[in-house]
Write a protein that binds this ligand. Structure first.
Ligand code: FAD
Length: 512
């Protein structure tokens, strides 16, 4: 009997969520990723996942906070679906075996940035690892039944496109270097575009963003690329940024700048209502604007010992081992670092792209987070988006064949000729002159020595700058000194950028 098949590229939270949804319906899934699921970035999530499950909270308030946090350009209908589904998603994770912190069986919810209610469910300070273990186990059951075929150590190469859209995908075994064609529709779940920002992100550079760059180069539209989240509390370690989760502030950690040797708890003074738990875009900006040196301290010295033991134990160990500071006794030096890409592959409410048979979910897709993502909403968005994509995609016939396609090594880091101009222009504080200069540089780069992957990355970098330059206002994570105010009349909309005939085309759209 012919098996119905869907191909999923990426085996993090979004990919696993799609796989589980499809396998439960009896649909066969090919699950492709360069690293096994145990090493996906989702495993690194610490702080938790949002769901309005407290008696004093409602899904409506979660919806409103998400929309507001995203500066009112997230998709309202989809955010409603996301926030309504959140409590049942957490309940399901509990059924799959996730031991969320609880008191007498009642789940404990912590405060997270940009939210007035405590609605972040967590499992000590290793939520991602524990949630991923449960999802991996759940998928494994279907693997044993033959409904899930894993292709670990395989990378995405290209789509197989026919008259009616996407009809398959070419993948490459990264050990044998053989290439294969998998028949059927495709869900992309490959995470953020970290390789464009080497050394500056808290995420893994295994998530190169190359699939997003490839799709852009063949005319698939992307959206909201200008919105890049800088997490306020990261620390520099060799080759990357180490995250100190918002959970630290959710549990009472305070941001402080030393002024003439005296501690100044600037967030509490400037934002009395939410204080240290203001949304990430505002908090990161305040650090840069108020500290002459560009850094601040996280003061966790007053946290009670049971908070360290029961809620933040892994975090304490990590800070000691990576930064050499014991946060129980000393202030931790922090500065903002890139943490999340709100923009990505433009998907509709079904998570379909502009191409039939091609869907996207998780951090690589753009739908829920508008101009700034709230902490704890991304794991939620990955699980929910993975489900929606899987529920709407059609199926293909299960066929696999070896193909003859030359191999081109893909670097985890974009060449510095791309990243340096990009990075210098799309920081926390931006201005038109710098962005224009960088865009001009990137439009005139000599690409003779560039491999195909880097040519695509160049297009993606040009697209990010085009979006950032064109948005002549400040909204969410996009803050411009030359346009410091929001301009709702012109820009209360998502940016949509398409590459066609060697040109970038940008428009602004509001969902009807
Ligand atoms: C340190 C850290 C802490 C975080 N904490 C939280 C938190 O507490 N709460 C929260 O909500 N969010 C948090 N986030 C964000 C959240 O973890 C991610 O946004 C989310 O897990 C993304 O899931 P995903 O499935 O889209 O991507 P990922 O989990 O990144 O998975 C991507 C998959 O795609 C594969 N892949 C990549 N490139 C290719 C390719 N070319 N071909 C084939 N496969 C490819 C990867 O191997 C991987 O399997 C955190 C992020 C970081 C970095």
């Amino acid at each position: 009997m012919t098996k119905h098949t869907v191909n999923i590229i990426g085996a993090g939270l979004a990919g696993l969520s799609s796989a589980l949804t499809l396998a439960r319906k009896g649909v066969h899934v090919n699950l492709v990723s360069p690293m096994p699921s145990e090493r996906a970035q989702s495993v690194m999530a610490e702080g938790g996942i949002n769901a309005a499950m407290n008696e004093n909270d409602t899904t409506r308030e979660h919806y409103e906070d998400t929309l507001k946090g995203g500066a009112f350009i997230g998709e309202e209908g989809s955010i409603e679906g996301l926030t309504n589904a959140a409590p049942s998603i957490v309940e399901e994770l509990i059924k799959l075996g996730v031991p969320f912190n609880n008191e007498n069986g009642k789940i404990t919810l912590r405060f997270f940035g940009g939210q007035k209610k405590n609605r972040t469910a967590y499992s000590r300070s290793s939520t991602g690892k524990i949630v991923m273990s449960a999802m991996i186990e759940a998928v494994r059951k279907y693997e044993a039944e033959g409904l899930v075929t894993r292709f670990p150590h395989h990378g995405f190469e290209s789509l197989d496109i026919g008259d009616n859209g996407c009809k398959g995908v070419i993948i490459r075994d990264l050990y044998s270097l053989k290439a294969f064609r998998l028949n059927g529709p495709v869900i992309i779940a490959t995470g953020g575009m970290n390789s464009l920002f080497p050394g500056l992100t808290t995420g893994t550079t295994v998530n190169t963003g190359d699939v997003t760059a490839y799709l852009y180069s063949i005319g698939v539209p992307l959206s909201n690329l200008e919105f890049i989240q800088y997490h306020p509390t990261t620390a520099s370690i060799e080759g990357k940024r180490c995250l100190i989760s918002e959970a630290a502030r959710g549990e009472g950690g305070r941001l402080m700048i030393l002024k003439d040797g005296n501690p100044w708890y600037f967030m509490e003074e400037k934002y009395p209502e939410l204080g240290n738990l203001m949304p990430r875009d505002i908090t990161a900006r305040e650090i840069i604007l108020n500290s002459e040196e560009g850094f601040a301290y996280l003061d966790m010295t007053a946290l009670p010992s049971d908070t360290w033991e029961n809620k933040l134990s892994d975090m304490r160990e990590e800070i000691i081992s990576l930064l050499g500071t014991d946060p129980v006794n000393d202030y931790v030096k922090i500065s903002p670092g890139i943490h999340y890409f709100m923009g990505g592959i433009y998907v509709n409410e079904d998570h379909g792209t502009s191409m039939d048979g091609l869907y996207a979910a998780g951090e690589c897709a753009c739908r829920y987070h508008g101009a700034n993502r709230l902490g704890g909403n991304s794991m939620l968005g990955a699980i929910y988006g993975g489900r929606i994509a899987a529920s709407n995609i059609s199926y293909g016939e299960d066929l696999i064949s070896e193909v003859d396609q030359p191999y081109e090594y893909i670097n985890f880091h974009a060449p510095s000729a791309i990243t340096e101009p990009l990075v210098s222009a799309v920081g926390i504080i931006r201005d038109g002159k710098t962005m224009q200069k960088s865009l001009d540089t990137l439009m005139n780069i000599d690409t003779v020595d560039f491999k195909t992957g880097d040519k695509r990355r160049l297009l993606l970098a040009q697209a990010i700058l085009t979006c950032a330059l064109s948005r002549e206002e400040s909204r969410g994570s996009h803050y411009r000194t030359d346009f410091p105010e929001k301009n709702d009349e012109k820009f209360k909309a998502k940016s949509v950028i398409t590459y066609s005939g060697n040109k970038h085309y940008l428009s602004y759209e509001v969902d009807k």
